[in-house]
Ligand binder design. Structure first.
Ligand SMILES: Cc1cc2nc3c(=O)[nH]c(=O)nc-3n(C[C@H](O)[C@H](O)[C@H](O)COP(=O)(O)OP(=O)(O)OC[C@H]3O[C@@H](n4cnc5c(N)ncnc54)[C@H](O)[C@@H]3O)c2cc1C
Length: 166
């Protein structure tokens, strides 16, 4: 299933979960592990990609849990966890019902068995509603993720820009 399906159908997620995609997947992986799942987070990039779309505070919260980053770790919440297990810099080669086969930087191949695979990869704009109503109203504008997939700040800015023009 994809990331949004996973959020909407938590009850359907099995015990062993592989989350593929570091940027959005890291927080989902932590959340599923907190719910008692055995989670492996995998991705092609390095640790800095995890949650890189968010504020520094949130990034560090995730990095402290999932990496050995040198940061203050006074509270229990700031400790490194071993679930989710994180596999960085790996390339997914094949996906079958038995597992996800991936290759590390040295060319070593492994297979991760799963009950549920969550694919949390890049996002795309969704302008399907715009296409339906364009031409039916005198003025229709694209803002936010309808215009291009971004973040909340970009969505608010683009809305503000349009609102000031009309
Ligand atoms: C998993 C995930 C995590 C994210 N984390 C962050 C983050 O930490 N920080 C950040 O800044 N951004 C984050 N983003 C990106 C952020 O959520 C989006 O960029 C932002 O929500 C875009 O705002 P929007 O108003 O354009 O679209 P949306 O927030 O998607 O709002 C569009 C709304 O229109 C509704 N809609 C769609 N079609 C119809 C229709 N036909 N009729 C009626 N209603 C309809 C939808 O239900 C939705 O409520 C994340 C995105 C994802 C997917």
């Amino acid at each position: 299933m994809d990331h949004i399906e996973a959020l909407k159908n938590r009850g359907e997620i099995g015990k062993r979960v592989v989350v593929w995609g570091l940027m959005y997947g890291a927080e989902l992986a932590i959340s599923l592990a907190d719910e008692g799942k055995k989670v492996t987070l995998i991705g092609e990039a390095g640790e800095k990609t995890m949650t890189s779309h968010t504020s520094d505070m949130r990034k560090f919260w995730v990095w402290r849990k999932l990496t050995d980053i040198n940061a203050s770790r006074e509270t229990p919440e700031a400790q490194r966890v071993d679930n989710p297990e994180v596999k960085l810099n790996v390339k997914v080669k094949t996906i079958t019902a038995d597992g996800v086969e991936f290759e590390d930087r040295d060319g070593n191949k492994s297979v991760l068995p799963y009950d549920t695979l969550v694919i949390s990869r890049g996002r795309e704009k969704n302008d399907s509603l715009f296409a339906k109503i364009e031409g039916k109203a005198s003025e229709v504008y694209k803002i936010g993720d309808c215009s291009s997939a971004g973040n909340i700040q970009k969505a608010v800015w683009s809305a503000n820009e349009v609102a000031r023009k009309i």
